[in-house]
Design a binder for this molecule. Structure first.
Ligand SMILES: Cc1ncc(C[n+]2csc(CCOP(=O)(O)OP(=O)(O)OP(=O)(O)O)c2C)c(N)n1
Ligand SMILES: [Mg+2]
Length: 233
């Protein structure tokens, strides 16, 4: 996480000849994830697989976009979780993070990098802080999460995390997630995520809606419709 000095002290711009949206970022992990509908027996199945409850947490997410929804229509998701800014975007600019029934997004947690990426997407010069971009909050909700960690197996060195989430608008969803550092690792992470979903008995052949998609469907119909039209959700 950037210190506020880093964030306010100016953007670290990429080199002139770089195309940052199409590069891999050594510091930015790629989240490979599959959502599922959690049944009443899912925790028992997790324990049978040797998972341990790593954490129980409650956090509020606030999501931001420009008034013309330019970020989310490009499948770029800017949020403030607790006091930290976070950005998720597809691995290649113009592509989508939803690939079949799983998702792959690069995650940024460094505030200076986030500011530059957001301003790049908006087509404006990179400012010193996000507030200057006059983004608007379009969603805010609280999630209660039980985070399970699965044991490493012999065939894969991927750390698999399973989150069981419940939102303050009464929506429950589960996620099987692996973080990798390079695009080359994505395929094997996908295999691992699918394998765990099958072992948990939660493998679905169609995409399972997440918290955001459900929030927008219930609260921001027009925004939801535009994202469907743009094939973002
Ligand atoms: C199935 C599916 N999920 C997300 C998207 C796109 N998208 C919508 S909102 C959004 C941002 C939130 O990502 P998600 O993993 O759904 O939320 P959460 O579990 O709270 O974040 P974590 O704690 O794992 O970092 C994305 C990527 C999509 N198109 N399809
Ligand atoms: Mg997630």
């Amino acid at each position: 996480m950037a210190t506020s000095e880093t964030a306010k002290g100016g953007c670290r711009r990429p080199p002139e000849n770089a195309k940052p949206w199409t590069m891999s970022h050594p510091s930015a992990p790629i989240e490979v994830e599959r959502k599922f509908v959690p049944g009443p027996e899912v925790e028992d199945h997790l324990l049978t697989l040797g998972a341990v409850l790593q954490d129980e947490m409650k956090f509020q997410d606030s999501y931001y976009d420009s008034p013309d929804l330019r970020l989310t229509l490009a499948d770029v998701w800017l949020r403030k979780r607790a006091d930290s800014w976070e950005l998720k975007h597809p691995l290649v600019r113009g592509a989508r993070g939803l690939n079949g029934t799983s998702t792959q997004y690069q995650e940024l947690n460094n505030e200076a990098e986030i500011i530059c990426r957001v301003s790049e997407e908006l087509g404006v010069p990179c400012p010193h802080n996000l507030e200057s971009l006059q983004l608007e909050e379009f969603a805010r909700f609280v999630t209660t999460r039980r985070k399970f960690l699965l044991p490493l197996d012999d065939n894969s060195n991927h750390k698999v995390v399973v989150d069981l989430d419940m939102t303050d608008f009464g929506f429950a969803v589960g996620e099987v997630e692996v973080l990798v550092q390079t695009k080359e690792e994505v395929q094997s992470a996908l295999v691992k995520v699918d394998d765990i979903c099958k072992k948990l008995g939660v493998f679905s052949i169609s995409p399972v809606p997440g918290k955001m998609s459900t929030f927008l469907k219930r609260n921001r119909e027009e925004h939801y419709r535009k994202l469907l039209e743009a094939h973002v959700l």
